[in-house]
Design a protein around this ligand. Structure first.
Ligand code: NOJ
Length: 563
């Protein structure tokens, strides 16, 4: 076990992410709410997870489903009240569950009082809370926006004859972190939630917060790669360090940054403990694997290879081998369902590939993050019609393509695999109408496969379900600290069918074999010294190991303890 790695609750914990809009509706309006989560706390506890990450639940006009916040200290009425929140938190504490919230402070909503004030006049006290470019200086240098129909991150505002910056939608103006008052506001918001007893934050696009406020023309090297430019802000580390000194260091909490654009070379600048910044972050290398270059939402033409998948995980593991800590995830609210993307969601391979992927996350070093529904193998919905989509990203991109006379049909085909709405369909609780999520038609269609066993109720009763495998696999991680902290060693890196690795902590050694193919195959591990391989878990019958050759069925996962 790497000597420098210190034990921490947030390293040993398993995270369960909840998209509250889609988890459980208790008011009959087709939208999930906090009372719905309260109602399901026993279920969550029984999964064996330790930490819940809640996507934003604050007051928001919902241009981007809560990632546009109009009041950082109150709960979105659709989701409930502060009293509900307090009850949720105490219900979690009673059960020994931790709560991390989403901290969305690269931008606010344009309906936040700060922005309402800021846009009123050039000398308003809140003017400097946002980035403004006076129109008399001409058109501002190009900045790219994710959700804007014309891709322009500057929006002209008539009242003060100036442009404001919005890297996301025009209703998500970027906050000006260069203003110390803004930073102080952020610190106070964090303290407010910590003082309530919250255990940490997932920090939305935290790598974008620092900007060169001179707004120079984009340097040549960043043409076509805005993300790297946005993450290269001059004072990023200064602000993160300040967050740590002013707030985080005073509480026993965890932080996980969302860090698009941060590569291996910069990883330790964020999470080396001695720097005092954050605990871990989400990198985007895996999420980019099956996508076009610099286009995290467009599918790449040729299929991804297992060797590439292994390379990403092996390199990231190596970065954190002595310092810092990693986070492991295969999907979230911004990316399609893991079984549809990295496994196989056909009837034949669904169970095996869903459980194989769970085995992967639970046997790697780094904190594992599961996204609601992943425990029952929820799949992409693959909408047929444009009108089925609710996500601003799909809707605005479609309009852009339409405006440019592009191929909207091809785009809709892409969205069947790539759209964020694939991951946002309602939780499938049982086989009753609307999958037990709501009593009326939900805000986003339910995936019809809830009638075919992809639901909690059916799977609870089946010892061999995806759900019960998940519970067993979690227990195995819990029983074997070596799976959390142990050294990782990749075996046979060129094998395109099987991902094999060992995890070693002192005298205990584990062998993990994961098949990523629809065919029967086998792996010979003659390079590995061991006398006996004792099976801890598998998602299929285990065929006799002959010498050092392990036969594997399609998408089989096996975890062995080696003597
Ligand atoms: C990243 C979030 O995960 C995503 O859902 C959101 O649209 C953007 N940040 C903007 O806040």
């Amino acid at each position: 076990m790497a000597s420098e790695l210190q034990r921490k609750w947030w390293k040993e914990g398993i995270v369960y992410q909840i998209y509250p809009r889609s988890f459980q509706d208790t008011t009959g309006n087709g939208i999930g709410d906090l009372r719905g989560i309260i109602q399901r706390l026993d279920y969550i506890k029984d999964l064996g997870v330790d930490i819940i990450w809640l996507n934003p639940v604050y007051v928001s006009p919902n241009d981007d489903n809560g990632y546009d916040i109009a009041d950082y200290r109150n709960i979105m009425p659709e989701f409930g009240t502060m009293q509900d929140f307090d009850e949720l938190l105490s219900g979690m504490k009673e059960r020994g569950l931790k709560l991390i919230m989403d901290l969305v402070v690269n931008h606010s909503s344009d309906e936040h009082p700060w922005f309402i004030e800021s846009r009123k006049s050039r000398d308003n006290p809140y003017r400097d809370y946002y980035h403004w470019w006076p129109a008399e200086d001409g058109v501002p240098p190009k900045r790219w926006s994710y959700f804007d129909v014309d891709g322009d991150a500057w929006n002209y505002d008539k009242t003060t004859n100036a442009y404001y910056l919005h890297i996301f939608s025009e209703k998500q103006p970027d906050l000006k972190w260069e203003n110390p008052k803004v930073r102080k506001e952020v610190h106070d918001i964090m303290k407010f939630w910590f003082d309530k007893g919250v255990d940490g934050f997932r920090m939305d696009v935290i790598s974008f917060i620092s900007k060169d406020t001179e707004f120079p023309e984009l340097p040549e090297k960043y043409q076509g790669d805005f993300v790297s430019f946005y993450t290269d802000g001059p004072k990023l580390h200064e602000y993160l360090h300040e967050l740590h000194t002013e707030v985080l260091s005073k509480y026993d909490v965890m932080t996980v940054g969302e860090a698009p654009g941060i590569g291996l070379d910069k990883a330790l600048d964020f999470v080396d403990e001695s720097r005092g910044e954050m605990n871990m972050f989400f990198h985007f290398d895996l999420m980019a694997l099956d996508r076009e270059e610099n286009e995290v939402f467009l599918m790449r033409k040729d299929p991804w290879k297992l060797t590439e998948f292994k390379k990403i995980h092996s390199e990231w593991d190596a970065v954190f081998a002595e310092k810092g800590w990693g986070s492991m995830f295969l999907n979230n609210h911004d990316f399609p369902r893991s079984v549809s993307r990295w496994g196989h969601d056909s009837r034949t391979h669904w169970f095996k590939s869903a459980t194989m992927l769970q085995t992967f996350l639970l046997t790697m070093r780094g904190t594992p993050y599961f996204y609601y529904g992943e425990e029952i193998g929820m799949t992409n919905i693959k909408f047929e019609n444009f009108s089925d989509y609710k996500d601003i990203n799909t809707i605005n991109r479609y309009h852009t393509i339409e405006m440019q006379g592009g191929d909207t049909k091809a785009f809709l085909e892409n969205e069947k695999d790539a759209s964020r709405d694939n991951a946002r369909t309602p939780m499938q609780w049982d086989s009753s109408e609307h999958a037990g999520f709501s009593t009326i038609r939900p805000w986003l269609q339910v995936n019809e496969n809830y009638k075919e066993g992809v639901n909690v109720s059916d799977q609870s009763e089946d010892a061999y379900s995806v759900l019960n495998y998940f519970r067993r696999m979690i227990q195995i991680r819990k029983d074997n600290l070596g799976l959390v902290y142990g050294d990782y060693q990749l075996l046979q890196q060129d094998n395109e069918e099987i991902y094999a690795y060992t995890r070693t902590a002192g005298a205990s050694r584990f062998l993990v074999l994961l098949s990523f193919t629809t065919q029967r195959t086998s792996i010979n591990l003659s390079e590995l010294a061991f006398n006996k391989a004792k099976l801890l878990i598998s998602n299929d019958d285990v065929q006799a190991v002959e010498g050092k050759t392990f036969p594997m069925y399609a998408y089989q996962a096996c975890v062995y303890q080696l003597d």
